[in-house]
Design a protein around this ligand. Structure first.
Ligand code: NAD
Length: 368
């Protein structure tokens, strides 16, 4: 099978490509614009595979996307390319609307024309898989002490109520994808997953940001009281789930994907600090230069004003994908976070290079 993956140089897309190349006989065409968040170094272990091709293309560029389809003749599309950071979407929503809404529209139109040109067998087997987020559902009631055992969860039928420009743009894309099935018959799948963590995540997201700042002795920013709840999913579990959906999922269906790991943000930050403290205490860390007299990473925690419109709780009911497709997460939060912190410690050069690369990217955008 030839899989066209968009956004394959990003955090989750690269995990999907590594999974496919290492565990299957399928080939991958990676279509990525290489924004600040995309990094080909994430794919160095598969780049020399004869089953991997890279195309530096913007999904909004219709002519180029058409060329990629004609040249590569994919059997399925896994669409992950997106602007993905909520705080950036609050500062500047335009690129989120362009890539997440117009880019998805462009990709759907090119896919529809291509799909219509396929012979009957390839047409039947073709799938367009849109990778989306649980943030489209808005937020869940915050559980009181009495409700802990009967907490509400996002299901596939929870009404959409996005709160941020990011989640609104992803919701818009989900609606377009469903409409292309209903109106044109394009065989689509949608997955909505909870917060991912793991190796190769750009250090603007909570866990790698905390690790990056802690190692450099910089403040560790925590929004408000840090009492927001997220359901954490290890990225390699997500990659396996996505491959299960594209190969075994039923066209037209939506599957929620979650880790069954609800955690308060402040607890996540404390856990990361504790892991770092054990693995590389500040007194043994040559890069730990801080103005403050601190001996523990957690002393660097600083509570900052809360994000506008901040959702308080996300948690996913992933029973449908488990029941119908037999997928469930393998990693517990304890094992996943240990692997993750260890990976960033072993790959501090990567952390620094992606920060430097993103700075250069921003400068180029600013100049152009
Ligand atoms: P990411 O920001 O790490 O990667 C996004 C990738 O898309 C980058 O490689 C970037 O270069 C590429 N890209 C951006 N705009 C593009 C364009 N116009 N054309 C081509 N490529 C473009 O994101 P991620 O965390 O890997 O998320 C991947 C997908 O999964 C996104 O659609 C996101 O909404 C969704 N998602 C993410 C999470 C999470 O916790 N990270 C959770 C649920 C869903």
């Amino acid at each position: 099978m030839k899989i066209l993956v968009t956004g394959g140089a990003g955090f989750i897309g690269s995990a999907v490509i590594r999974y496919v190349i290492h565990n299957t006989r399928d080939s991958v065409i990676n279509v990525d614009k290489l924004t600040y968040a995309g990094n080909l170094e994430n794919l160095s272990e598969v780049a020399s595979s004869g089953r991997y091709v890279f195309e530096r293309v913007d999904i909004c560029n219709r002519a180029e996307i058409e060329r990629v389809f004609v040249q590569n003749q994919p059997d399925v599309v896994m669409h992950l390319a997106a602007e993905s950071h909520v705080d950036r979407s609050i500062k500047g929503p335009a690129t989120f609307i362009e890539t997440n809404v117009l880019g998805t529209y462009t990709l759907l139109e090119v896919t529809r024309n291509y799909w219509n040109s396929l012979d009957i067998h390839r047409k039947q087997d073709f799938r367009f898989h849109h990778i989306s987020t649980d943030e489209v559902y808005g937020d869940l009631p915050y559980p009181t002490a009495e409700e802990v055992s009967c907490k509400s969860l996002f299901t596939e039928t929870t009404p959409y109520a996005p709160s941020s420009p990011y989640s609104a743009s992803k919701a818009g894309a989900d609606h377009l994808v469903r409409a292309w099935m209903r109106t044109y018959g394009l065989p689509v799948l949608i997955t909505n997953s909870s917060n991912n963590y793991g190796p190769y995540q750009f250090p603007e997201k909570l866990i790698p940001l905390i690790i990056y700042n802690a190692l450099a002795g910089k403040p560790l920013p925590v929004f408000g009281a840090g009492d927001q709840i997220r359901d954490w999913l290890y990225v390699e579990d997500h990659a396996k789930a996505l491959y299960t959906v594209i190969t075994e999922g039923k066209a037209g269906e939506t599957y929620n994907i979650g880790g069954h790991n609800e955690q308060l943000n402040i607890d996540v930050v404390q856990t990361v600090c504790n892991q770092l403290q054990q693995l590389l205490p500040p007194c043994e860390n040559p890069n730990f230069i801080t103005k403050h007299m601190v001996s523990k990473y957690c002393d660097l925690i600083e509570h900052v004003p809360d994000r506008p419109g901040h959702d308080r709780r996300y948690a996913v009911d992933a029973s449908k994908i488990q029941r119908e497709l037999g997928w469930q997460p393998e990693e517990s939060f304890a094992s996943g976070i240990h692997k993750t912190v260890k990976w960033y410690l072993d790959n501090q050069g990567w952390l620094q290079r992606v920060q430097d690369g993103s700075y250069q990217y921003e400068q180029e955008i600013y100049r152009s």
